[in-house]
Ligand binder design. Sequence first.
Ligand code: SF4
Ligand code: SF4
Length: 176
Amino acid sequence: MAFDPTAFTPAEVELLCQECGGRCCFCIPYTHSMIDIEAFVERGDVTAFVDSKAEHAKLLHEFQFIAENWQQISILDAKEQAPYDIPGWSTEDGASHYFSCSQFDPETLKCSAYEKRPANCRGFPFFGKQDPSDTSDYLECLLVKEAKRRLRNQRRRQRRDLEAKLRRAGGVKRAR
Ligand code: SF4
Ligand code: SF4
């Protein structure tokens, strides 16, 4: 089976997310503002962003969930709440808005709507990619850090194996 540094067991995810403190759930960057999300939900139309019926249903569910459970926070509140630096805060280039989520339990640091959480939450942080190299770690997500560490170690192992093979190949005398 191919090596996948982003594959974590549920126990590993729980351990790392507890250690992290759930930072991706209490200061959530998102591409749309609440005003826009509510408007899309009201019209029931998100065709501008998707290519298929299945994607439409998924994104509409995500927008409905967000409209019911997320609260948009100001950039100043986001800066205060986020225990990390977001380089070039993306509202500066108009690319992102920030939210908190009423389903995040600050006592247990867990999601109270785990089974119902939208695709954006389910996919975070790798969104199905098995190579974490390009995954942004501006949240200082511990899953991203660990996946990158595993990938580095794997590459080191591969390099060591190759060097050993080259040494063996160089040590074998040619028959003629
Ligand atoms: S930022 Fe990463 S490590 Fe932290 S809670 Fe979210 S998924 Fe878990
Ligand atoms: S729904 Fe759950 S996973 Fe998504 S932001 Fe809220 S608490 Fe976090």
